[in-house]
Design a binder for this molecule. Structure first.
Ligand code: UDP
Length: 241
């Protein structure tokens, strides 16, 4: 059994990670790929919590701009979209033989548990993957902040932020082939550079609770397992030397 550098991890997946490039909704192959990555860490004895976004279905501020929908309502719609994604990830993992629980910050009692911190930690200790839905449960923020909050609450060893590219770059690597990837950044460097890695509130929470963030691509096979085993993949955000 490989040595895990990080035993308890929170994986943040954007809703976009569940659909094809530029698409909408949920793609079966993408779900399977994400499930396999999570399973590979679970199989090594890692405690995995997942925070999933909802941008593949609804983004609160966008829908409010384009329709007669109040912005707060749009954000609640976004949170409900994350519940849909969480259920999709749950069944995918269960079909692979991984026990799971979904806990939502907005009560949807017919489909999943409510978020209860101590219960979530007990699930993790018992080897269940816990999928946190509905972000923080409050409008006007994103699931990045939800991920940092849950990571802080459950004493996670690391927050893994999955992106489309292999880390944080000095410019958009999709547009600039010369873009340079950073191996390591401090929390303040990320905040001050406005690289748009995560919300400032999310980075601030991780800094205050001394939780490293690793930005990496979940599209490269076995990346998640290699990251939790300590391989230098993606960009590490920390204040430690
Ligand atoms: N959202 C919210 N509060 C939260 C988390 C999410 O209001 O704590 C809403 C917000 O409108 C957001 C949407 O849910 O746009 C989907 O989440 P997010 O944009 O974080 O998804 P991602 O970009 O990760 O797919």
């Amino acid at each position: 059994m490989a040595d895990l550098k990080y035993k308890r991890v929170v994986l943040k997946i954007s809703g976009e990670g569940l659909c094809c490039e530029g698409g909408f909704g949920i793609d079966a192959d993408e779900l399977k790929r994400i499930g396999s990555e999570i399973k590979s860490v679970h199989d090594l004895g890692g405690e995995v919590a997942v925070v999933v976004g909802g941008g593949n279905i609804v983004r609160g501020s966008q829908i409010a701009r384009h329709a007669q929908i109040e912005e707060a309502t749009g954000h609640y719609m976004g949170m409900l979209a994350t519940v849909i994604n969480a259920l999709a990830i749950q069944d995918t993992l269960e079909s692979m033989g991984v026990a799971t629980r979904v806990q939502s910050a907005v009560n949807v009692d017919r489909v999943c548990e409510r978020f209860i911190r101590r219960r979530a930690m007990r699930h993790l200790e018992k080897g269940r993957v816990v999928i946190f839905a509905a972000g923080t449960g409050n409008p006007f923020v994103t699931t990045d902040t939800g991920a940092a909050l849950r990571a802080s609450e459950i004493n996670a060893d690391v927050l893994l932020k999955a992106t489309k590219v292999e880390g944080v770059y000095d410019s958009d690597p999709m547009k600039n082939p010369e873009a340079k990837r950073y191996d390591k950044l401090s929390y303040n460097e990320v905040i001050n550079s406005r690289l748009g890695v995560m919300d400032v509130s999310a980075i601030d929470l991780c800094q205050r609770n001394d939780i490293p963030i690793i930005v990496f691509s979940l599209r490269t096979a076995n990346n998640m397992r290699n990251v939790v085993c300590g391989e230098p993949i993606g960009t590490l955000v920390t204040d430690k030397a």
